[in-house]
Design a binder for this molecule. Structure first.
Ligand code: ATP
Length: 284
């Protein structure tokens, strides 16, 4: 099933065209990297998919998740409320309520599915508590359940946020630069956790990344943005350093880890820059 369809998504902030007629389709179960230099529109795109931002009112922008219309022409569609609980979002920071124990943060993933009074009073069932413990074990941090979230390292906080998405049973996980402020070992553990839930739970994952090395390693497909437009959509393996330079010029330096193993450009067939196809939308 198709998870995400975006057609002609445009967003302007004042004089800045942050997204310019972006169209893409992502199938259920895919793990897709979004790359691009600073300011290319990655966060803006993720925020639109998450329902946190409205497209330009006078545009033909359309966003559908699992066939439900999230927004069309900048107006929120009927599917937005239903789909909200199907989407888990992880940001670079501020993912957890820092004064609450980790286990409570993970349990908050239940809020969209249980009566509001139960969530407000923190009355979670034994099964929900066990599921939260299991989710923490899945992401490799079973022992931090009763620590305050503020005491966790950055990487542990990201993994706790992934555990919360597991409890939420979200079908799409949007991660906006989840490893940007982490050391390489922590970054790998966070990406391993994302890749594991994508593979095992078939959760569709869209991950914005600054460094293309992680896209090559973890995401079969990469969508590259430049100045609000998609300039490449294809296999991550084709993103050689030479091709990145072709796409971004000197800005490509920002996307390559200084100590990354060089990709042998000669062994990779030259990728096509882009063929934009207009995705099919399900009837609204
Ligand atoms: N709320 C806002 N108000 C004004 N301008 C904005 C707003 N949000 C984003 N922009 C602008 O839109 C453009 C795209 O920003 P966005 O944050 O989506 O880029 P990005 O690729 O995620 O960048 P980074 O990698 O630095 O996070 C930038 O020029 C940014 O300044």
């Amino acid at each position: 099933m198709t998870a995400i369809v975006i057609r002609d998504l445009s967003k302007r902030f004042g004089r800045k065209q942050a997204l310019d007629k972006v169209s893409l389709t992502i199938e259920e179960g895919e793990m897709v990297a979004l790359i691009g230099a600073s300011g290319s529109g990655k966060s803006t795109l993720i925020r639109h998919i998450a329902g946190l931002e409205r497209a330009d009112q006078n545009s033909h922008s359309q966003i559908q998740l699992f066939g439900e219309t999230i927004q069309t022409g900048g107006r929120i569609g009927n599917g937005a409320r239903v789909m909200r609980r199907e989407i888990g979002v992880i940001f670079q920071q501020f993912n957890l309520v820092s004064r609450l124990p980790v286990i409570t943060n993970v349990l908050l993933g239940n809020l969209g599915r249980i009566p509001r009074w139960r969530g407000t009073l923190g009355l979670f069932t034994r099964a929900e508590r066990m599921a939260a413990r299991a989710a923490l074990a899945r992401v490799g941090i079973p022992d931090v359940a009763w620590q305050r979230a503020s005491t966790l390292s950055g990487g542990q906080q990201q993994r706790a946020a992934i555990a919360r998405c597991l409890v939420q049973k979200s079908r799409v996980l949007l991660a906006d630069e989840p490893i940007a402020s982490l050391d390489p070992a922590s970054a790998r553990r966070v990406m391993d956790a994302l890749a594991d839930i994508n593979r095992t739970d078939k959760i569709t994952a869209v991950v914005s990344l600054h460094q293309v090395e992680y896209a090559r390693r973890y995401c079969p497909r990469t969508i590259a943005l430049r100045d609000g437009e998609i300039v490449y959509d294809g296999p991550s393996s084709a993103l050689t350093n030479a091709f990145l330079t072709e796409l971004y010029g000197s800005d490509s330096e920002e996307l390559v880890l200084p100590d990354a193993l060089p990709v042998d450009d000669r062994r990779v067939a030259a990728p096509k820059k882009l063929s934009v196809t207009t995705p099919e939308l399900a009837p609204a």
